[in-house]
Design a protein around this ligand. Structure first.
Ligand code: ZN
Length: 635
């Protein structure tokens, strides 16, 4: 389906020329499209929507949003669009889906009609995978993405067509959104008329248990942490975490020097039954985690960076946006190449802010970086695929399976972005004798005047120019070598340049221990060369590793180690003991219904990544992680 993107793009141009553009100028001056969303049956996994379009008689094409901003892929959940009916002058109007573009519906508006009514249902998925089109409703809450419950006219910019939305929710529910309220209150609320662009950029969270915490009392713009959860107990955020999130807000102000929103809402959903991810918006972020995220410190520590990452996107991704991603509607294909800036730099700033705001200790940051650096440094897929290609192909790689990831590579522009932007940060500090840092670039590139949301696109040239005015360097060559050329080794220059080095020890770091226990896997990548799930299913074998040479492959299942039923402890003990003798580690594996024993000749003991201080160099990393502001006093 996705291989046909080029064909669909050509077809899209044809549709716009045929029947959308004639009406394009008119849509800007038209009364708003009315949208009424009935979410009262959300707990039964169904949303109902009614739309009323101001129209003229003649051909009209209506579109279901396909390219969802921030998801960088044509993953609009068209399969779950159901119950589509259209009418005008109180009579049904037939629609026909475009043969080539599954997201386009053609209709003939009858003579004399000035309104077209559209009814549709959205079938909410129960499975927890995916992004915003994954599970979004539970028995107690709903995360509403407006793009899932509307159509819009072809041939107009999303910033030109206006929508007036009404939302009905189950009795007793509360809601939170960045969208301004025009009237009513829960369970039936009318929102201010906004552009389609703003509407789709403004999701709503709602549910039985919802709590709003003012992170910047009395300040303008305001910042609110809105939490909706499957239980009242899950809302019990620790006072120190509230202070850390308030500190995060203060730190973003110091880092960027300006804010490009009228107010900011974290929309945090805590449930074990929704998809877990974060999605950026200009004035809010849709952040979804497990029910105990705020009450279980281990759970929070693993992904403590989530809200930091999504908030940084308000500057990098929403205000400043790569020109290939600044598309005028939701049908034109996005070009993902500059995701190494959009996501890579955001990821770096996100983890730096996690430490600066106190959500992580410096030790947490170091453990995290060691794990990512080691993984990237043991990815043979680097030899054929440059980092830039993981960005260009992001729309495919977000959905790639876990098996054989070290051969394929995944969306590495996030984690490798951490390493590359750390190196840029360290370089700027070195070249300016500590007078400047990447923070100065951020203020220059993402700061400017504070004000309401707007989009200012950027190119690689703009990034290079702003870096050169911060600290002159061959920045184009710097990025070419690290991003556009295949490189067998990960770029570790930032770790080394900031006074640390990546080493391997026989001790599992606290961060790896947390990940293994929460995500239920065992990581033996750096010794045997494999990772496996708790049932023994082998997700990856690193090509060239001892396990690979012994004939072990991904998707096999480990049954026994040295003749004994396997457990993580037994496997680790066997690897440890093989370090002091000459006998191979014998792995009994199941390959579908066949069994075989693979003797792994490996004798170097357990190996787990860690960052170690290099005392011969100044500790720039600790300077980078130092907060720019004092923790706010919320009393
Ligand atoms: Zn992101």
């Amino acid at each position: 389906m996705k291989r046909k993107i080029v064909i669909e793009f050509m077809r899209r141009g044809f549709i716009a020329a045929a029947c959308g553009l004639a009406a394009a100028a008119a849509w800007g001056q038209q009364p708003p499209v009315k949208l009424d969303v009935d979410a009262t049956d959300a707990t039964r996994k169904i949303l109902r929507a009614n739309l009323e379009f101001p129209v003229h008689p003649g051909p009209l094409t209506l579109l279901y949003p396909k390219w969802i901003p921030g998801e960088h892929a044509p993953d609009g959940p068209i399969t779950d669009l159901s119950g589509l009916k259209m009418s005008a002058l109180d009579k049904p109007v037939a629609w026909r889906r475009d043969d080539a573009d599954m997201f386009a519906f053609h209709v003939q508006v009858p003579a004399g009609a000035d309104r077209l009514e559209v009814a549709l249902d959205f079938l909410l998925p129960p499975s927890a995978g995916g992004f915003s089109s994954g599970a979004s409703a539970t028995a107690q809450l709903l995360d509403l993405s407006w793009n899932q419950v509307l159509l819009y006219p072809a041939g107009v910019k999303a910033s030109d067509v206006k929508y007036s939305a009404v939302l009905r929710m189950p009795a007793g529910w509360k809601f939170a959104t960045a969208l301004p309220v025009a009237g009513g209150s829960a369970p039936a609320v009318s929102f201010a008329t906004v552009s389609l662009e703003t509407l789709v950029d403004s999701p709503v969270i709602m549910g039985t248990w919802l709590r709003a915490i003012d992170l910047t009392p009395g300040a303008h713009p305001g910042h609110t942490l809105n939490i909706v959860a499957d239980s009242a107990a899950a809302l019990a955020i620790k006072p120190e975490d509230t202070r850390h999130f308030a500190h995060l807000v203060a730190e973003t102000g110091a880092l960027f020097g300006a804010r490009h929103y009228g107010g900011y809402h974290f929309l945090l959903t805590l449930s074990d039954h929704v998809a877990h991810f974060g999605l950026e918006h200009h004035e809010s972020s849709d952040d979804r985690q497990g029910e105990r995220y705020l009450t279980d410190e281990d759970l929070r520590n693993i992904e403590a960076y989530l809200l930091c990452h999504e908030m940084v996107h308000s500057w990098n991704g929403k205000y400043r946006r790569p020109d290939g991603l600044a598309t005028p509607d939701f049908q034109q294909p996005m070009k993902d190449e500059l995701l190494w800036v959009y996501e890579g730099l955001t990821d770096y700033l996100g983890i730096v802010l996690t430490a600066r705001s106190g959500l992580w200790t410096d030790g947490n940051f170091q453990d995290y970086l060691a794990l990512e650096a080691a993984r990237l440094d043991h990815t043979p897929g680097r030899a054929w695929r440059p980092l830039a290609d993981t960005a260009i192909a992001a729309q495919l790689l977000y959905e790639a399976r876990d098996e054989q990831a070290s051969s394929r590579r995944g969306v590495d522009f996030y984690d490798e972005g951490d390493l590359i932007w750390l190196e840029a940060d360290a370089l700027i500090r070195q070249k300016t004798g500590g007078a400047k840092s990447l923070d100065d670039f951020c203020r220059k590139f993402f700061g400017g005047e504070s004000g309401p949301p707007k989009v200012v696109p950027y190119t690689e040239d703009d990034v290079v120019a702003a870096l050169n005015t911060t600290a002159p360097n061959d920045w184009r060559g710097f990025f070419r070598a690290r991003i556009y050329e295949p490189a067998p080794r990960a770029p570790l220059g930032g770790i080394e340049g900031s006074g640390w080095r990546l080493i391997y020890t026989n001790t599992v770091s606290p961060m790896l221990k947390l990940r293994e226990s929460q995500r239920k896997y065992t990581d033996m990548s750096y010794s045997l060369g494999l990772t496996l799930k708790e049932d023994g299913y082998i997700t990856d074998v690193i090509p060239g590793s001892p396990a690979d040479q012994a004939g072990v492959g991904a998707a096999m299942k480990l049954l026994a180690v040295n003749g004994r039923h396997w457990t993580p402890e037994i496997l680790r003990t066997a690897v440890k003991e093989a370090g002091t003798n000459a006998a191979p580690v014998e792995l009994l594996v199941e390959n579908e219904e066949f069994f075989k024993t693979c003797p792994v000749n490996y004798h170097e003991g357990e190996k787990y990544p860690l960052l170690e201080r290099d005392s011969a160099k100044p500790d720039l990393l600790s300077q980078i992680l130092k907060p720019l502001t004092a923790e706010p006093d919320l009393k």
